[in-house]
Design a protein around this ligand. Structure first.
Ligand SMILES: [Zn+2]
Length: 410
C-alpha cells in the first residue's frame, strides 16, 4: 500500500469507533460458536430441547462466556453441545448461518470463512450434503440481507471433521465434492479436542485433499504444542488454526529469541497463524491477554492474523479482537492493516477475488478511518483496452504474425 497509515493515526487516537469502522477479515470463526443467544432459545423451544441452563437470552449469553472461561479446552468444548443441539434441521442451520453473516457484516467484516462440522448435525437424519446445502443457502441469504443493509460481505465455508471421531475421509470427500473456485465451500479443517488426537490420525483425509487440490487449515498449537504443530506442517496445512504455541519451538540466548527449525519453517513459508487472542485466554493457552504471543510473533515476521474463534462462546467480535491488539500491544492503523492484509492474502479464494476485496474494500476503508480522501475517482473500465503508449511497446511484427489489428484494442 502506498500510504503509511501510522503517520496519520497514532494508536492512542484510535478509538473503538474507529476500530469498529475498519474493514475486517476473519479466517477462523466457528458457526456453532457464534449463534445469537436469543436464536438458541427460540430454536431450542422449537426443537423441544430442554437442557439449556436458562431460557433468558441475556443470562444465557453470560452463561456461555463464563462456562467457556474455565481455562480448559474440554470444558470449553462442552458449551458446543447446546449450540449443535439446536442446529439439527436445515432451517435451523440456514438461519444460524445467515445470522452469522449479517452479524459479521454489521461489524464491518468484508470477508469471512465460517467453519463447522457437518457430522455434528445429523441427529435428526440430515445427510451430510443436506447440511452443506443448508449452510450454503444461509451464506447466500446472509450476504443478500447484509447487502440490503448497505454492507458488502463475501463469505465462504470450511468443513471440519471432528478429530476424535473417524469420519475425516468422508468429510474430506464431501469437501472435495463441493469445492469449486467460486463456490461457497472453500476448504477443510479438523476441529475438537487436539490433545491426544494429532493431525497424523487423519493422514488419509489430508492426502485426498492434497491430491484434489483443495486447501485446508489444521487446528494445532492450541491445546497441544510443538508435536501437534509438527504433525500439521507434515500433513501439508496451508494455514494453522491458532498456532499460538509455536513459541515452544523458540530458544533464547544473548542475541534474543531465536526460532527453531519448525517455527522457522512456518514463518519462512509464510504459513498463516489464525490467532484468536481472547479464545486463547479462555482455553488456558495463555494466562491473560498481556501474555499472548501475538505481537512477538508479528515482530518475528510470522504471518499473523487475528480472529474471533467463537463470537458467542468467547464473548467477542472482530472489533473486540482488533481492540485487544491496539490496547494490549499498541497496534496502530498500519499494524492492523498488515494483519488484515495477511488474512485476505491467505483466504481460500481465487487471487483475483482477494485483490478485489483488498483494493475495493480494505484499502479504501482503512484510508477513510485514517482521514485520507480517495483523491482520484475510480478509473473507467479499461479491461481489454490499451493506451497508445502500451500499443507502441508491442512489436508490430508480432501483431502482424498473430493477425491482430492494433486499432481494435485502442
Ligand atoms: Zn477454532
Amino acid at each position: 500500500m502506498t500510504t503509511n497509515l501510522s503517520d496519520v493515526t497514532d494508536p492512542k487516537n484510535l478509538s473503538r469507533e474507529d476500530i469498529a469502522q475498519l474493514p475486517k477479515v476473519v479466517l477462523h470463526d466457528h458457526l456453532d460458536g457464534g449463534l445469537r443467544a436469543a436464536t438458541i432459545v427460540e430454536l431450542a423451544e422449537a426443537a423441544g430441547y430442554g437442557k439449556l441452563p436458562t431460557t433468558d437470552p441475556e443470562e444465557l449469553e453470560h452463561w456461555f462466556v463464563e462456562a467457556a472461561n474455565s481455562g480448559s479446552l474440554p470444558k470449553y468444548l462442552e458449551t458446543f453441545d447446546h449450540t449443535t443441539a439446536v442446529m439439527q434441521t436445515a432451517e435451523a442451520i440456514m438461519r444460524v448461518t445467515a445470522e452469522a453473516v449479517v452479524d459479521l457484516a454489521a461489524d464491518n467484516v468484508v470477508y469471512a470463512e465460517l467453519r463447522f462440522a457437518p457430522e455434528q448435525h445429523q441427529s435428526k437424519g440430515l445427510s451430510l450434503q443436506d447440511i452443506v446445502d443448508a449452510a450454503v443457502a444461509g451464506c447466500q441469504q446472509g450476504e443478500a440481507q447484509a447487502a440490503q443493509q448497505g454492507k458488502q460481505i463475501t463469505v465462504r465455508l470450511i468443513l471440519c471433521a471432528m478429530r476424535h471421531t473417524d469420519r475425516s475421509v468422508e468429510i474430506a470427500q464431501l469437501t472435495i465434492d463441493n469445492h469449486t473456485p467460486d463456490g461457497y465451500v472453500a476448504g477443510f479443517d479438523i476441529a475438537g479436542p487436539e490433545d491426544g488426537f494429532p493431525p497424523s490420525r487423519h493422514h488419509e483425509a489430508f492426502d485426498m485433499l492434497r491430491r484434489n487440490h483443495v486447501p485446508f487449515t489444521i487446528h494445532a498449537g492450541e491445546a497441544a504444542g510443538r508435536d501437534s504443530l509438527e504433525s500439521a506442517v507434515y500433513e501439508g496445512a496451508q494455514r494453522i488454526g491458532h498456532g499460538a504455541r509455536v513459541y515452544e519451538d523458540f530458544s533464547a540466548d544473548l542475541d534474543g529469541i531465536q526460532a527453531g527449525r519448525l517455527s522457522s519453517y512456518i514463518r519462512d513459508r509464510r504459513t498463516p497463524l489464525e490467532l484468536c487472542p481472547t479464545s486463547n485466554v479462555h482455553t488456558g493457552v495463555v494466562d491473560d491477554l498481556a501474555d499472548h504471543p501475538f505481537a512477538l510473533l508479528d515482530t518475528m515476521h510470522f504471518a499473523v492474523t487475528v480472529n474471533t474463534d467463537n463470537r458467542l462462546v468467547s464473548g467477542t467480535t472482530m472489533t473486540q479482537e482488533m481492540a485487544v491488539l491496539v490496547e494490549q500491544f499498541n497496534y496502530d492503523l498500519d499494524g492492523l492493516f498488515n494483519v488484515t492484509q495477511n488474512a485476505i492474502e491467505q483466504a481460500f479464494i481465487p487471487q483475483d477475488l482477494r485483490e478485489e476485496i483488498l483494493n475495493d474494500q480494505i484499502i479504501p476503508g482503512f484510508e477513510k478511518v485514517a482521514g485520507i480522501e480517495s483523491d482520484e475517482p475510480e478509473p473507467e473500465a479499461t479491461q481489454g483496452r490499451l493506451t497508445q503508449e502500451e500499443l507502441d511497446a508491442i512489436d508490430p511484427a508480432l501483431l502482424e504474425e498473430l493477425g491482430i489489428d492494433p486499432k481494435d484494442f485502442l
